[in-house]
Design a protein around this ligand. Structure first.
Ligand SMILES: *[C@@H]1O[C@H](CO)[C@@H](O)[C@H](O)[C@H]1NC(C)=O
Ligand SMILES: *[C@@H]1O[C@H](CO)[C@@H](O)[C@H](O)[C@H]1NC(C)=O
Ligand SMILES: *[C@@H]1O[C@H](CO)[C@@H](O)[C@H](O)[C@H]1NC(C)=O
Ligand SMILES: *[C@@H]1O[C@H](CO)[C@@H](O)[C@H](O)[C@H]1NC(C)=O
Length: 367
């Protein structure tokens, strides 16, 4: 090699080293910018960054549609599939707020940034389990079953402080319609939220009578208890499923909905107000009380559920499932598990875990 060539090589190496250093420092800078947060460390946004050429065509403009979803470490595949389905089926400016536990943040960021979800707008919010101190039973068995993140929906305005209207989605859902349509659900004046009722014809299709499945208030609340009796609610009132919520956060704040929900949770730890045969999530009963006759309706096709209960596959036609705007696998049989109805509808949106930790069970079994 001539001296000249060696010089060129050295110069190139120096240039590369320089670029690496600049890159690192830029990353650190953005780290700092993003971690700065006054609110007791609760909110930790990680807006995804776009390279300039990509951003021109990919940044979505227009009214933001805030969507809150939770990310539980052991089932991150669920939230990834759900987000992917929302994003791909809409051109709207969707901004996700993902509520998760501190230990899950790095894993979640990795999954989102290393896959085709990297252009999706999202921020991560840390859920502090201490929030629930004194509000759920200390019985370790109940505590274990409680899954603290399921209570994140009680705190919607705290997690999305800038929005007036927002959507909450469970992680075991797939959206097949344009989320804009759900967002445009009309909320009546004075209503803080809209839910899908358990008695409409679409949800009744997936319903097993008897088998611990309930569609009215008495399935969730103990009407023999004084605190419940005093409310004068009708026990046979149709219940609703809070796996999909469209909320008016201004009303939510004005009516102190979060505080009301917390009060009922606290009272329940003392007086055991929920039904003994409660089959669904323990987040439902306080919502049923607080929103009794004070909620708007979500179009039934925007919450087709019970796909995770036994035999749902026999009750829904594949045509009906295809036409649904949103599918919800509530129940024991999740679409990433060994046996589940219509798991092919979920597979379409699943994005493999770049770390290889999460694998749909049935996929493994096939290999
Ligand atoms: C930038 O961050 C990396 C690791 O995240 C660290 O090793 C490095 O020292 C940081 N550099 C500066 C200038 O803070
Ligand atoms: C989150 O975890 C990191 C270590 O992984 C720790 O330094 C930090 O204090 C934790 N933050 C909260 C809010 O618990
Ligand atoms: C939300 O509620 C507030 C207060 O009642 C009302 O002024 C506002 O129009 C509502 N917004 C939406 C999007 O429904
Ligand atoms: C909500 O809470 C605030 C402050 O605690 C109180 O002033 C207000 O009256 C409450 N509103 C309702 C509707 O309970």
């Amino acid at each position: 090699m001539t001296m000249r060539k060696v010089n060129v090589v050295i110069l190139l190496l120096l240039a590369v080293a320089f670029l690496i250093i600049v890159q690192r420092n830029l990353l650190n800078l953005s780290d700092i910018l993003h971690k700065e947060n006054p609110d007791a460390g609760m909110i930790l946004p990680f807006e995804t960054e776009l390279s300039p050429e990509l951003s021109l065509e990919l940044v979505r403009k227009g009214e933001e549609i805030p969507v809150l979803i939770t990310a539980a470490e052991e089932r991150l595949g669920a939230v990834v599939a759900a987000m992917n389905s929302v994003y791909q089926n809409s051109k709207a400016n969707v901004v996700f707020t993902i509520v998760t536990l501190n230990d899950t943040v790095d894993y979640l960021n990795m999954w989102l940034s290393k896959t085709r979800l990297k252009n999706v707008k999202y921020k991560i919010v840390i859920f502090k389990p201490e929030l629930l101190n004194g509000k759920i039973s200390k019985d370790p068995q109940i505590l274990e079953a409680a899954k603290p993140l399921t209570f994140a929906r009680f705190y919607l305005p705290a997690y999305i402080p800038e929005a007036e209207k927002a959507i909450y989605l469970d992680d075991d859902i797939i959206v097949q319609g344009d989320i804009q349509e759900l967002y445009e659900t009309n909320l009546k004046p004075g209503h803080a939220a809209a839910f899908s009722d358990d008695c409409d014809s679409a949800s009744a299709k997936g319903f097993i009578r008897g088998a611990g499945n309930q569609n009215n208030y008495i399935g969730f609340l103990d009407f023999r208890k004084e605190a419940i009796k005093k409310l004068g609610m009708r026990a046979n009132t149709c219940s609703f499923n809070p796996g999909v919520i469209v909320a008016n956060l201004t009303e939510w704040r004005n009516q102190n909905i979060t505080r009301q929900l917390e009060d009922w949770m606290e009272l329940n730890t003392q007086e055991d107000l929920y039904s003994k045969t409660l089959a669904e999530s323990i987040t439902t009963p306080p919502l049923l009380i607080v929103f009794y006759k004070r909620h708007s309706m979500i179009d039934p096709m925007w919450h087709v559920r019970h796909l995770g209960t036994t035999g749902a596959g026999n009750r829904y036609s594949s045509q009906f499932v295809k036409a649904a705007k949103l599918l919800h696998w509530n129940g024991h049989y999740k679409p990433w598990g060994r046996t589940s109805s219509f798991s092919d509808m979920w597979d379409k949106w699943f994005i493999p875990d770049p770390t290889g930790k999460f694998n749909p069970v049935r996929k493994q079994a096939e290999e």
